[in-house]
Design a protein around this ligand. Structure first.
Ligand code: PSU
Ligand code: MN
Length: 303
């Protein structure tokens, strides 16, 4: 493993004994939720991973150090400090060299986790091709990282602020399998349905682990999307959702936000517009993804 990455003692011990580890990202903490929901969600995600017998490996870059496995006070810092950068893959080198602090996106978390030896990662939603992406080229670096880095990303699909059809086309082109956990349909984050099919439906965590092993054995590049629909009792009504999303997109258009600020802007607007409902749903789907990721990691490490 790279000497550039600092593992927590707990993560180091788990990796060296072949115990299950689940990577967790930190952009969701610094830029995905307002305080104190962000802190609550990050700590509860760690608790659930442990409850399921896996070691949580929350990842970030702190004061120029790539860290896999954080302390509760590191997490609190990411949840409260102003001006923590949103760090994608391209930012890693700069932050390390110049002593910066960044909350890692799905892409950067995958890049660091893979180099630490972590195979399974849980988050809320992945980035994707934005609406209009065919002309703006606003395509998340998450999709590029999925194409080259061998980490399975357990998520609740992608938000419909994105163009879900184009996101799936892009993943197909780049050779990334999209595995539907107990679903034939790719989920749309707050809702279980998107109208778009997955690559394959897989109904057991152990079967997902076997897919990862098969891909490892053939040395196929890249990772996998494991799409886990939000639990039905937490799904948001689609009429409300469409109104909030349309309003958020219109706000974005009006304010001229661009580049890496787009996704955090849209998330914040949806949370505001929905008066807390989207935050609750977002937390619940993260918890459900962490539980599934821990079970996949446990099966993957059971030889
Ligand atoms: N989607 C969400 N919540 C999030 C993100 C995406 O529902 O917090 C974050 C993740 O960290 C993801 C990043 O990797 O946004 C994607 O940003 P961009 O679209 O700029 O690639
Ligand atoms: Mn973008």
């Amino acid at each position: 493993m790279s000497a550039r990455i600092r593992l927590s003692d707990e993560v180091a011990a788990a990796l060296s004994s072949g115990a299950p580890v689940v990577a967790l990202e930190s952009t969701i903490i610094s830029h995905g939720f307002p305080y104190p929901s962000n802190l609550e969600c990050a700590l509860e995600a760690e608790r659930i991973a442990r409850e399921e017998g896996a070691v949580p490996a929350t990842t970030a870059i702190l004061d120029g150090e790539a860290r896999v496995g954080l302390t509760p006070s590191d997490i609190e810092r990411l949840a409260t400090e102003r001006g923590v950068a949103k760090a994608s893959t391209r930012d890693i080198g700069t932050l390390l060299a110049l002593g910066g602090t960044g909350a890692t996106t799905v892409a950067a978390t995958m890049a660091i986790a893979a180099r630490a030896g972590v195979r399974v990662f849980a988050t809320g939603g992945i980035g994707g091709v934005h609406r209009g992406g065919a002309t703006t080229l606003d395509v998340s670096a998450d999709l590029e990282e999925l194409a080259r880095t061998r980490v399975a990303v357990v998520c609740a699909g992608a938000k419909s602020v994105l163009d879900i059809g184009l996101t799936l086309e892009y993943l197909e082109t780049r050779g990334v399998p999209v595995l539907g956990y107990c679903t034939d349909e790719f989920p749309a984050f707050y809702s279980r349905a998107s109208g778009h099919p997955v690559t394959a439906r897989v109904d057991e965590p152990a079967a997902i682990a076997r897919v990862l092993r098969a891909r490892d054995d053939l040395d196929l590049p890249g990772g996998e999307v494991v799409a886990n629909p939000i639990p039905p009792e937490h799904e948001l009504p689609s009429a409300d959702l469409e109104a909030w999303i349309d309003a958020a997109l219109a706000d974005a258009e009006r304010s001229g936000v661009s580049g890496k600020a787009v996704t955090p802007f849209l998330l914040a607007r949806i949370h505001e517009r929905s008066g807390g409902a989207s935050e609750r749903a977002n937390k619940e789907l993260v918890y459900s993804n962490v539980r599934l990721a821990a079970r996949i990691a446990a099966a993957y490490h059971q030889r």
